[in-house]
Design a protein around this ligand. Structure first.
Ligand code: C2O
Ligand code: CU
Ligand code: CU
Length: 477
């Protein structure tokens, strides 16, 4: 079944009507007048023309950044890309970001993975119209890691992201600095996306119940396929799956294991060896790749496999590295990376009464969580949480499709997973903000709700599922 554009329009119209009658006044805290930002930037969402090949240029949407106050390296543009500037902050930075909407429709920015208050979280309720702006003021509280930003208006997130709106949000901290990991040009960040183009070379957004897929692989907002020249040294590589719907199944071409050092919420405590692993929409992986012992001209690629494939089956390269004749720095993997507090089952207030979330399609509602689609201002009992509590949530996927479930707010930890069939290889280590549920999977996560009161979202990060309408609010009171 295809989602028609009319369905989308209808769902966004009905929601904005709801939003007008609904008041968040009780949870909006006054902006602290003593807040004096260390860094001020402006991000404008606007139409943009990018030459993605020599034959055609594409009209799409991009975030354009401008640094108003703060260090020069806060903002870095990726040349020839449609992605917004990569932002870089330190933990503890006080940040003001002014979002200007020059799109022909309403929008709002969400800082994916960042722990910020309700009014800084880009909740669809705060979407601003064409020509309007929205001001964010927050302190970066997260540990070092690769986070990202993207639009979050209800019913339009999929379209806006597919049209080009997204960017990286890198956080640094002292713990990471002391570890001496590969840095400067031996640290590389990648955003994987797929896109569909029409004959004129413009983006062709086709939402379906399966999500919007493309047939062209994009890396960092450019068409994939460029070989990356690397020195004979150790590299730190971080990847964000920025696709609307595509789950990657990845492995190295040389059969070697990948030394994972970080996840969605930053560094792991100890290195984790990966063979063939899934990277679902909005998940991040951080790993070291050592080219020190390789000869000039040698190539290694990161290959993508079918979701049910085994190592050695058919695959296609996504990233290809070629070793050059330069000596790079060599790094060893620190014994201990960045410890974090492990949450135990016994700490959860509901450890004998675990909250259950079933990912199902409901008649007339599309994709849902426990049979409920998005509602602006209605909560089930289990969606109201006492501030300070730690809870265990169980997601179950009885459908035939993957659902990457994302929860806003503090990162969570994965307690258990049961899988059926051939679907193994999810990234469960470390601090997470998205957990992949392959068909048949049952996963328990544990999460603290102890930083901000207010209304936050949890949803499937298949963006067409989110828009239609596998998304709910939860409220911390
Ligand atoms: Cu990356 Cu609520 O989203
Ligand atoms: Cu998010
Ligand atoms: Cu889904």
């Amino acid at each position: 079944m295809e989602l028609s554009r009319r369905n989308f329009l209808y769902s966004s119209l009905s929601i904005s009507t709801l939003a007008m009658t609904n008041s968040f006044a009780s949870v909006i805290e006054k902006v602290d007048s003593t807040f004096s930002p260390d860094v001020i930037i402006e991000l404008t969402a606007q139409e943009n023309r990018v030459s993605l090949t020599s034959d055609f240029s594409t009209m799409l949407w991009s975030y354009k950044g401008r640094l108003i106050k703060g260090p020069q390296d806060t903002l870095s543009e990726i040349k020839g890309s449609y992605l917004g500037p990569s932002l870089q902050f330190n933990t503890g930075d006080k940040v003001k970001i002014i979002f200007r909407n020059k799109l022909p429709e309403s929008s709002i920015i969400h800082w994916h993975g960042l722990d910020v208050s309700h009014e800084n979280d880009g909740h669809p309720h705060f979407a601003v119209n064409t020509g309007e702006s929205y001001e964010y003021n927050f302190v970066v509280q997260n540990r070092a890691g690769m986070y990202w930003y993207h639009p979050h208006p209800h019913g339009r997130t999929g379209k806006q992201v597919f049209n080009g709106l997204a960017g990286l949000f890198i956080v640094r901290d002292q713990v990471e600095k002391k570890l001496t990991l590969p840095n400067n040009d031996q640290e590389m960040n990648f955003v994987f996306q797929d896109r569909l183009f029409d004959k004129q070379g413009n983006i062709d957004y086709r939402p379906t119940m399966m999500g919007a897929h493309g047939n062209v692989l994009m890396v960092n907002g450019k068409i994939a396929g460029e070989t990356i020249s690397v020195k004979q040294g150790t590299y730190r590589i971080r990847i964000l799956n920025g696709c609307n719907a595509r789950v990657f199944n990845l492995a190295l071409s040389n059969g070697l294991k990948i030394s994972q050092i970080g996840s969605d919420g930053g560094l792991l405590e100890k290195v984790n060896e990966l063979e063939l692993f899934y990277l679902a929409p909005s998940e991040r992986v951080d790993f070291l790749l050592d080219f020190s012992e390789m000869k000039t001209g040698e190539k290694v690629s990161l290959d993508m496999y079918n979701l049910s494939a085994k190592l050695g089956d058919d695959s296609h390269p996504v990233l290809e590295f070629e070793v050059n004749n330069l000596k790079g720095e060599r790094f060893s993997i620190p014994e201990t990376l960045a410890p974090y507090k492990k949450l135990k089952r016994s700490e959860a207030v509901n450890n004998i009464n675990i909250k259950k979330f079933e990912l199902v399609m409901a008649h007339g509602k599309g994709w849902t969580i426990n049979g409920q689609g998005y509602e602006a201002d209605r909560y089930e009992d289990y969606e109201i949480i006492n501030f300070g509590d730690t809870e265990i949530w169980e997601f179950y996927n009885p459908t035939g499709m993957p659902h990457p479930m994302h929860i806003h707010g503090t990162p969570f930890q994965i307690l258990s997973r049961t899988s059926v069939g051939p679907f193994k290889g999810s990234l469960d280590e470390g601090l997470k903000d998205t957990v992949l549920l392959m068909p048949g999977d049952r996963v328990q996560i544990i999460k603290e709700f102890n930083t901000f009161k207010g209304v936050f979202l949890y949803h499937c990060h298949n963006l067409e599922h989110e828009d239609f309408s596998m998304m709910r609010n939860y409220k911390i009171v």
